[in-house]
Design a protein around this ligand. Structure first.
Ligand SMILES: N[C@@H](CCC[C@H](N)C(=O)O)C(=O)O
Length: 275
């Protein structure tokens, strides 16, 4: 099978063209292919599939073999891939995902995609939709206790479930330990991605994300949208924010009501063959 390896700010993916529907991956296949020592190595696998109503369809697996409904960094990689490989030669690409249709606008210079602006759709704050078991109208700066530790969380569905926590210090060991605990806590029946945010100003944040099904990654696109939205909802951020992630920067824009926009790059790393 021919594959391509792409990354969005270090959040890396293996892309297979499955328009002929011949690829069927078990959770074990996904874990083996994504393994960083015994496989190709990646945070996830993307399948390119035909869509009945949209330009193309993206299907995504996390590196632990689970399926994700959406992924912000993956969608930029996917848009660049389908454009540059001539699968969808359009500047505005409508991509079907399990979280709905995602519209990606690509900027092209000399046939190469240099930047992708994505309409990430509307975020959903209803706790039942996330899903989150806290009884309230909105999980906004709500206190939870896990293993005798208190956290103030803002939670939402941004294509996938996200929890945001504001912190003064971002320490890797704490992010890994607390991220794992919160991801698997009983408050989130379908688990959650966990975002730790340090606010630098009303227009600039540092973000570290512990991802559901993939662990501590270098960047998270849906997490960037969720974190900026949480900052706006809690009155801490303005409508356009520069997000510094471990693997690079994204720009997120939200007017507080309608769709949320993400802008950033994507990179092809290499291509290969796997049996
Ligand atoms: N890396 C992502 C999110 C991928 C999905 C996530 N691991 C989940 O299962 O919810 C992004 O860039 O948005």
């Amino acid at each position: 099978m021919i594959f391509y390896k792409y990354h969005g700010l270090g959040n890396d993916f293996i892309i297979f063209d499955n328009r002929d529907n011949k690829i069927h991956l078990s959770a074990d296949d996904v874990r083996n292919i994504c393994h960083r020592n015994f496989g190709i190595g990646a945070d996830g696998i993307l399948l390119v599939e035909n869509s009945e109503e949209q330009d193309i369809k993206m299907f995504i697996y996390n590196s632990d073999g689970s399926q994700a409904e959406m992924c912000g960094n993956a969608i930029r990689c996917f848009a660049k891939y389908v454009y540059e490989k001539g699968i969808v030669r359009k500047n505005i690409i409508n991509i079907e995902t399990l979280a709905g249709v995602i519209v990606s606008e690509i900027e092209v210079k000399n046939g190469v995609v240099t930047s992708i602006r994505v309409n990430m759709g509307k975020l959903i704050l209803d706790p039942k939709a996330i899903p989150c078991s806290i009884e309230c109208e909105m999980v906004k700066n709500s206190k939870i206790e896990i293993d005798n530790l208190e956290y103030y969380i803002t939670a939402m569905l941004m294509g996938v479930p996200h929890t945001v926590i504001f912190k003064d210090q971002l320490v890797d060991e704490d992010i890994i330990r607390e991220g794992k605990l919160i991801e698997n806590s009983s408050f989130f029946p379908k688990k959650t991605n966990v975002n730790f945010v340090k606010i630098l100003s009303r227009n600039e944040i540092i973000l570290r994300t512990w991802e559901r099904g993939a662990g501590y990654t270098l960047a998270c696109g849906t997490g960037s949208c969720a974190s900026v939205a949480a900052g706006i909802i809690n009155g801490l951020l303005d409508n356009r924010v520069l997000v510094h992630l471990r693997g690079g920067d994204l720009i997120i824009q939200w007017d507080g009501k309608s769709c949320i926009f993400m802008e950033g790059g994507a990179t092809e790393v290499f291509q290969g063959n796997i049996n």
